[in-house]
Write a new protein. Sequence first.
Length: 373
Amino acid sequence: LPLLKQYANKATIFCADSAYPILAKHNIKPDYVCMLERDDIVSKCFDNDFKEFDKGILFILASVVHKEVIEFLERNNREYMLVHRPLHFAISLNLKEFGYIGVGASVANMAYELAASLRHENIILIGQDLAYAEDGSSHPREHIYGNQGEKLRGEVYTLAYGGEKQVRTQLTWNLFRQAFEKDIFWAKEKLKINTYNCTEGGARIEGTIEKPFQEVCETLLKENLKKPFDKPKILEKNKIKNKFLQTQKLLIKNVKQSEEFIKKCQNELKKLDFELNKLELNLSTLEKIKKNLLKFFSEFKKLKLFNELTQAIYYHNECEIMYYEVLNDLEQDKKIEDFLTNQKKWWLQSFEYLNTQNQIIKETLKKYKNDDI
């Protein structure tokens, strides 16, 4: 931290949400503070007031962060912007001219993407251990979770910084590291960006240049930068209104598509109920219903409101369908009643998901009339 403070005016500092109060405590002002996670635990990183320190900092938040975050930032007039992650729902809004960020799984991955997007020629990583310390601690003592925020779990090891031994890590940190390695490769390949890992410990991040932090600072950070940096321009009010109306129209259309789809599927389920309640099942009719339900299942994925909310249940049912379809014809005939009964349960569950989503969208659109923008 003392070395970072010494060179703070010679580099752009991208900071993770949880590191922000630590930097503030040591009077090291970041230029950008990133936040990715949705839970309210991390939101407490912004439940503070550092007064003059916050001036000039831009808080960049994934649009799905906890609503409490916005309350904390606005309470002290901190400057922030919301950005879309490239998730299904965000992409369906057709706002691609604003771009996407947060492809990786962690806020550190998000900060790296931002640094690369701003075309920094050299990116220096510090504090990216992605492994447990020798004493089993997972974070610095000043971290919001404390130094035992992530308890030891599993027996996962990876190559250590320096490449001479193994360090203990966990599956989540491995995912973060692999996201780094992918981004670092393409940043070098496409943008000629050099990435230095100056953590001086923890796990090796392939593709980085491992060097001591002081050496890299002395080599690369020569000149003072003019801070604070320019902020993105706010759209003119009429453009904001037009974007809102465009998005509102799209969402209304997508909700209508979803509601019509639900009705169509419900009609087929009524036919199924009628057949299953008969004393003697008609195999031919059940086959037709099965064929229709499988057709609707394929259409489900093409809905504009098919997104991260419904992905998991969709793929789970896809596995159930595949299991049934690999059976021979005789076995399929024997099990068709059970299969269709389970499909009915799945469809009823999926309707709940879609209806809940539709209702939330409708209620949200009611809150934002054009005059409120």
